[in-house]
Design a protein around this ligand. Structure first.
Ligand code: GP9
Ligand code: MN
Length: 653
């Protein structure tokens, strides 16, 4: 081709197809912005190349439309669609630390019920930044009149070149992607890694394909899943190992408290010499306290915590178990206890439809679910009935159940008041989150975390703790603590702002400022400390206080059934967790839904492949690799069981 011809082609593209180029470039910028705003990583060239390639391909469809008007319309619709994808992912990421999936659409319905929380805490102005693109695009359309003129032969040729070019840049992108990131494209539970390496547009397409493939090709997916799961249980067959805790609580009544959004760090805090959680602290010091305990929830938050607690399976990554897979077979604590002659029930004063509990609590095997309709909604805090009123009314019901059933019981009480946005503070007892300092003999009260989200959270946790204290007193008065164990777990963290923690840990009250690295007392509360701080309490307590222990082994919700089960004399042969009382070397791996994990030696961030050591011990490569594989196996096996209803199938055989 002569120089002049090339010049002509470039001129032709510039004059007639500039709108296409604007479309491609501006949307590429939005792809970069999305990565910057969410995962704070925009630097991976591979992701930019994939974004570019996809946008070139999308823009080529313009040629299918014959009139200028239709072509502009098509490009504008695509622009709006892509902007919506960016905004939705941005908002979703700020709440769930993950990216949107079509398989989660049903789950999103429940977000509607927490709409207050969304508007007050989730939608950040930065999520609307992507709107610059359609605005700019619109202005460009209006001002320039040169848009997509049509010239069939030229378009055919340019399409061929563009397809070749996009394939080429995809090829370069593919070379740049690290080999360990390819798995995430196929398995899709490490969504962040897909966006980091392949960009948001490939991710969104991949998600749609991955959600549809099993539906189209169930048999294929099913067979390989069954093989993987069978193989796993063949290699990890349940073997009964007894220890000094075996059957210690067999036959006792069990009361479980699902403590909404309570994080463990609140138990270590005092304001003006007053503990935030005096009641939880008492229970922890008198019972068995797992002080290194993590919830392992996915987007199903509360419901995922309930699921993993009761089944020792990881939550689903392809939707939410309670919403999308409530019609499968699971082996659960209530079912195992029903077999042992227990009466099992759950109580929660929110709408029974929320998280589809009406259906899922039946699936889990609770004999009865007392939901909102069973309660007199006489005091409202946050999402519904206040915890104090909920507990008072529940104790009366529990008393009746005990009298009528004349069987040991397993009762779950799901708390509600300590739910984000922690704004109904006027209904809670006054708890100071300020700090007093003496300067030149004068007492000055500093605002400290008061009026921050964290400050409001602390007040709300203090209320929840007080409610738990009253509940225990009340249960005792009614004789419901006799021959009973009390189990308390925090269901997940409260998604607090990073800056608030920095204020909490690095505030200098004398100078009324937040310290920085230059200060000797500065605590480096980095993103990994934030992850570690998401710990929640897990306590097993009896009135007699005969078992008193602090367990420091890293423990996850998945370990509850094996550990508590050993104490009450049950087990599930499908349990994927560990009996923590059998752990000899003080180490255990707690896997999170994106493949990240924590052990006694390190925190491993799967999306970034980064390691955060927890002490000065040297860490062997093999130690990490073993756990990376174990975590990936756990997630895969759980997902397969849930998705293909494999327990049902294996039990029938
Ligand atoms: C709602 C409550 C809260 O009934 O369990 O659910 P969450 O928003 O924490 O998942
Ligand atoms: Mn919750």
């Amino acid at each position: 081709m002569k120089k002049r011809e090339i010049k002509n082609i470039i001129l032709n593209i510039k004059e007639n197809y500039s709108l296409l180029i604007i479309f491609i470039l501006t949307n590429t910028i939005n792809g970069v912005l999305l990565r910057l705003i969410t995962i704070k990583s925009s630097l991976k060239i591979s992701a930019v190349l994939f974004d570019l390639a996809i946008l070139i391909i999308i823009s080529l469809f313009t040629f299918l439309f014959k009139t200028k008007k239709r072509r502009v319309k098509y490009l504008f619709i695509m622009t709006i669609l892509i902007t919506i994808i960016c905004i939705a992912n941005s908002i979703y990421y700020h709440y769930y630390s993950s990216f949107i999936s079509v398989s989660l659409i049903a789950t999103a319905i429940f977000a509607k019920d927490v709409s207050d929380a969304i508007f007050e805490n989730i939608l950040k102005p930065v999520d609307l930044v992507y709107l610059w693109q359609p605005i700019f695009f619109l202005i460009y359309i209006k001002r320039k009149n040169v848009i997509c003129s049509k010239n069939s032969t030229f378009e055919k040729n340019i399409s061929k070149v563009a397809i070749f070019f996009s394939m080429m840049i995809m090829g370069i992108g593919a070379i740049l992607v690290p080999s360990n990131a390819w798995g995430s494209l196929h398995k899709l539970w490490n969504r962040e890694s897909v966006v980091i390496n392949f960009g948001p547009y490939i991710y969104q397409i991949d998600d749609i394909v991955q959600s549809l493939i099993p539906r189209i090709n169930t048999m294929f997916g099913h067979d390989s899943a069954l093989r993987v799961v069978k193989e796993y249980y063949k290699n990890n067959k349940y073997e009964k190992k007894t220890n000094e805790y075996s059957n210690i609580f067999e036959g006792k009544n069990i009361i479980v408290i699902h403590a909404e959004s309570i994080q463990k760090f609140t138990m270590d805090l005092k304001f003006n010499n007053q503990e935030v959680t005096p009641n939880l602290n008492n229970l922890a010091s008198e019972g068995i306290f797992f002080n290194n305990f993590y919830s392992q929830v996915g987007v199903g938050t509360s419901s995922d915590a309930e699921f993993t607690f009761n089944t020792s399976l990881m939550p689903s990554n392809r939707g939410t178990v309670f919403v999308n897979f409530f019609d499968r077979e699971y082996i659960s604590i209530p079912k195992l206890l029903n077999k042992k002659g227990y009466y099992t029930y759950s109580m929660h004063a929110n709408n029974g439809e929320f998280w589809n509990r009406n259906k899922m609590h039946q699936t889990l095997g609770y004999n009865y679910f007392y939901s909102k309709d069973s309660y007199d909604i006489d005091e409202i805090i946050g999402l519904g009935l206040s915890d104090k009123s909920f507990f008072t009314q529940s104790v009366q019901k529990m008393k009746e159940i005990k009298e009528q059933q004349k069987k040991p019981f397993y009762g779950l009480l799901i708390m509600l008041s300590n739910h984000t946005p922690f704004s109904d503070l006027e209904l809670m007892p006054d708890y100071p989150t300020t700090i007093d300092v003496e300067i030149n003999g004068e007492k000055i009260t500093r605002d400290y975390i008061n009026k921050t989200k964290l400050g409001n959270y602390i007040k709300s946790v203090h209320y929840a703790d007080e409610a738990i204290g009253e509940l225990i007193k009340n249960l005792d008065e009614e004789g419901l603590l006799d021959n009973t164990i009390l189990v308390i777990y925090g269901d997940h963290d409260a998604r607090l702002d990073y800056d608030d923690y920095n204020l909490l840990y690095n505030y200098d009250p004398i100078n009324d400022k937040v310290m920085d690295e230059s200060d000797d007392n500065y605590i480096n509360f980095n993103e990994y400390e934030y992850e570690l701080n998401r710990k929640v309490p897990f306590i097993i307590w009896t009135k007699e206080k005969e078992y008193n222990k602090i367990v420091e082994v890293p423990t996850g919700m998945i370990d509850v059934l094996p550990t508590l089960g050993n104490m009450i004399g049950i087990h599930s042969k499908y349990q994927l967790g560990t009996d923590i009382m059998n752990v000899k070397d003080g180490d255990n791996t707690v896997t999170f839904t994106d493949g990240s994990f924590v052990t006694s030696k390190l925190y491993y961030n799967a999306p970034k492949g980064e390691i955060y050591p927890l002490n000065n011990e040297p860490i062997a490569e093999e130690y990490i690799n073993l756990r990376v594989n174990h975590s990936s196996e756990l997630i895969e096996v759980s997902n397969d069981i849930i998705y293909y209803d494999l327990i049902n199938e294996l039990e029938k055989k």
